[in-house]
Design a protein around this ligand. Structure first.
Ligand SMILES: NC(=O)C1=CN([C@@H]2O[C@H](COP(=O)(O)OP(=O)(O)OC[C@H]3O[C@@H](n4cnc5c(N)ncnc54)[C@H](OP(=O)(O)O)[C@@H]3O)[C@@H](O)[C@H]2O)C=CC1
Ligand SMILES: O=C(O)CCC(=O)C(=O)O
Length: 447
C-alpha cells in the first residue's frame, strides 16, 4: 500500500514540484483514501484522486489599486476552482501577504472534501490575494476590494462559484466585494456568503465556524460520556473563528485561557470570560489592534511574545489561527500536559508529525475538514435562504448547524472506527468526504 501511495504522490509532485502545502494536503487524503479504493472495486483503476488533485481551473489576475498617498500598487489575485462535481465551487477568499498558489490549492483541495462532508450540494474552491489588509485604511481596503472584483466577477456567480471570507476577509471586505459585483453585473444575487444581515446574510454565519468547532468536540466528548464542563481550553488566533470558539466553549462551562496572533500568545489564567471576550472583539474587529493590548485592560494576564499557546497546560486545544501552526513537538507537549481533545478550527493547523502524535496517543482529535465545516455549512444555508428569498431565525440556523455537525461526526465514526474502537477522525473524514465526490465523478464520466 505504501508503494501505491508513493507512486501516486510522485505523479502529483512531478506536476506541482514546489507546492509544499498542497502536497501535504494531498498526501493526508491519499493515505486514507488509497487503501480504501484498493478495497472497493467500484473505485479501482479510475484515477479519481488524481483527477481531484488537479484544479478544474486556476485563475490568476492583476489587481492594481491606488493607496492613500496616491501611489499605484499592484497585487496578485487568485481563484482556484478545484471541483464542481457535486455543486457550484464554494470556499473563502484569503487576503494575506503569504498567499500563493500552493496555499490556495491546499485550501481548495481541503474544501472539496469538507464541503462534501456537510451533506450540502457544494463543490470546492478557494481564492484570495497577497494583499495585506493590516495597516491599510478602510478606503484603501475598499479600493483594493473593488479592483479585485472587477476581474473576479467574470468567473463567479450564484450557480457557478460562491466565494466567502477567510483570513483577512471579514464582513467589511465582503461588503466592498459584493457592492462592486452588484454594480457591474447589475444583479442582486447570492454570489458571496458572509453578507450583512440587511443585504442577504444569514444569522449565525459569523459564529458558525467557531461554534461548529466546539460542537464537534462536544460530540467527541459525548461519545465518551464527557463534556466541556470545567475543562481548561487553549485557543490560538484571535480572529473570527477563535472569537466564536471562545464564546461557545465559555457557554458550555469551559474556561478559555489563551488567544494569540502572529505576535504571540495571551495567557489569562482566570479565563477569558464574556466581558473580556467583548473587549477582544472590539480590539480585533473595530480597533484592529494587537492581542497584546489586552494587558492594558487586564494587567494580571501574561503575554508570551513570539510564542504559540501549546506550552500552556490544558484539557482541550482548539487551533484557530493558520496552517502548520502546531508542530510535532507542540503535540508531544500537549499530550504530556494532559490534553485529551484537539478540535481544529483552522485549516490544516497541525503538521503531519503532530497529527500522527495525536492519533498514536489515541486522544480525541478532529481534523479541520470535519471540525471547522460549520462555517461553510452555514454559508450553504445562506445560499439556500437567498434562493428562497427568505430568512431563517437564529434558532433555526443554529439547530441546522448542530444537526450538520452531528452528521459529520457520524460519518467519521462510520469510516474511521478502528478494530479496537478508537475513532480515527482523520481517516473517517477523508474517506467519508471522498465517497460522495467519487460517486459523482464516476456518474458524470471523464469530464
Ligand atoms: N472564517 C471562516 O469561516 C473559516 C475559517 N477557517 C480557517 O480558520 C483560520 C482562521 O480564520 P479566521 O478566523 O477567519 O481569520 P481572521 O483573519 O479573522 O483571523 C486570523 C487569526 O489568525 C492569526 N494568524 C494568521 N496568520 C498567522 C500566522 N502565520 N501565524 C500566527 N497567527 C496567524 C491572525 O493573527 P494576525 O492578526 O497577527 O495575523 C488572527 O488572529 C484559518 O485557517 C481559516 O482558513 C476555516 C473555516 C471557515
Ligand atoms: O463559507 C465559505 O464558503 C468559506 C469557508 C471556508 O473558506 C473554509 O471552510 O475554509
Amino acid at each position: 500500500m505504501d508503494q501505491k501511495i508513493k507512486v501516486f504522490m510522485e505523479e502529483v509532485r512531478a506536476r506541482n514540484p514546489h507546492e509544499k502545502e498542497f502536497l501535504q494536503a494531498v498526501h493526508e487524503v491519499a493515505e486514507a483514501v488509497i487503501p480504501y479504493i484498493a478495497e472497493h472495486k467500484l473505485y479501482n483503476g479510475r484515477n479519481i484522486l488524481l483527477r481531484l488533485a488537479e484544479p478544474e481551473r486556476a485563475i490568476t489576475f492583476r489587481v492594481p489599486w491606488v493607496d492613500d498617498t496616491g501611489e499605484i500598487r499592484v497585487n496578485r489575485g487568485y481563484r482556484i476552482q478545484m471541483s464542481s462535481v457535486i455543486g457550484p465551487y464554494k470556499g473563502g477568499l484569503r487576503f494575506h501577504p503569504t498567499v500563493n498558489m500552493s496555499i490556495l490549492k491546499f485550501l481548495a483541495f481541503e474544501q472539496v472534501f469538507k464541503n462534501s462532508l456537510t451533506t450540502l450540494p457544494m463543490g470546492g474552491g478557494k481564492g484570495g490575494s497577497d494583499f495585506d489588509p493590516k495597516g491599510k485604511s478602510d478606503r484603501e481596503v475598499m479600493r483594493f476590494c473593488h479592483s479585485f472584483m472587477t476581474e473576479l466577477y467574470r468567473h463567479i456567480g450564484p450557480n457557478t462559484d460562491v466565494p466567502a471570507g477567510d483570513i483577512g476577509v471579514g464582513a467589511r471586505e465582503v461588503g466592498f466585494l459584493f457592492g462592486m459585483y452588484r454594480k457591474i453585473s447589475n444583479e442582486f444575487t447570492g454570489v458571496l456568503t458572509g453578507k450583512g444581515l440587511s443585504w442577504g446574510g444569514s444569522l449565525i454565519r459569523p459564529e458558525s465556524t467557531g461554534y461548529g468547532t466546539v460542537y464537534f468536540a462536544q460530540n467527541m466528548f459525548k461519545l465518551k460520556g464527557d463534556s466541556f464542563k470545567g475543562k481548561v481550553v487553549t485557543i490560538s488566533g484571535s480572529g473570527n473563528v477563535a472569537q466564536y470558539a471562545t464564546e461557545k466553549a465559555n457557554e458550555l462551562g469551559a474556561k478559555v485561557v489563551t488567544l494569540s496572533d502572529s505576535s504571540g500568545t495571551l495567557y489569562d489564567k482566570d479565563g477569558i470570560n464574556s466581558e473580556k471576550l467583548a473587549y477582544v472583539m472590539h480590539l480585533k474587529n473595530v480597533k484592529r489592534g494587537r492581542i497584546s493590548e489586552y494587558l492594558e485592560k487586564y494587567p494580571t494576564a501574561e503575554f508570551f511574545s513570539g510564542k504559540t499557546p501549546w506550552h500552556i497546560p490544558c484539557d482541550v486545544a482548539l487551533p484557530c489561527a493558520t496552517q502548520n501552526e502546531l508542530h510535532g513537538k507542540d503535540a508531544a507537549t500537549l499530550i504530556e500536559n494532559g490534553c485529551i481533545c484537539v478540535s481544529e478550527g483552522a485549516n490544516m493547523p497541525s503538521t503531519p508529525k503532530a497529527m500522527n502524535a495525536f492519533v498514536n496517543a489515541k486522544i480525541l482529535y478532529a481534523p479541520g475538514k470535519a471540525s471547522n465545516a460549520g462555517g461553510v455549512a452555514v454559508s450553504g444555508l445562506e445560499m439556500a435562504q437567498n434562493s428562497m428569498r427568505y430568512s431563517w431565525s437564529r434558532e433555526d440556523v443554529d439547530e441546522k448547524l448542530q444537526g450538520i455537525m452531528n452528521q459529520i461526526h457520524d460519518s467519521c465514526i462510520e469510516h474511521g472506527t478502528d478494530p479496537d474502537g478508537y475513532i480515527n477522525y482523520v481517516r473517517g473524514a477523508n474517506i467519508a468526504g471522498f465517497v460522495k465526490v467519487a460517486d459523482a465523478v464516476l456518474a458524470q464520466g471523464v469530464v
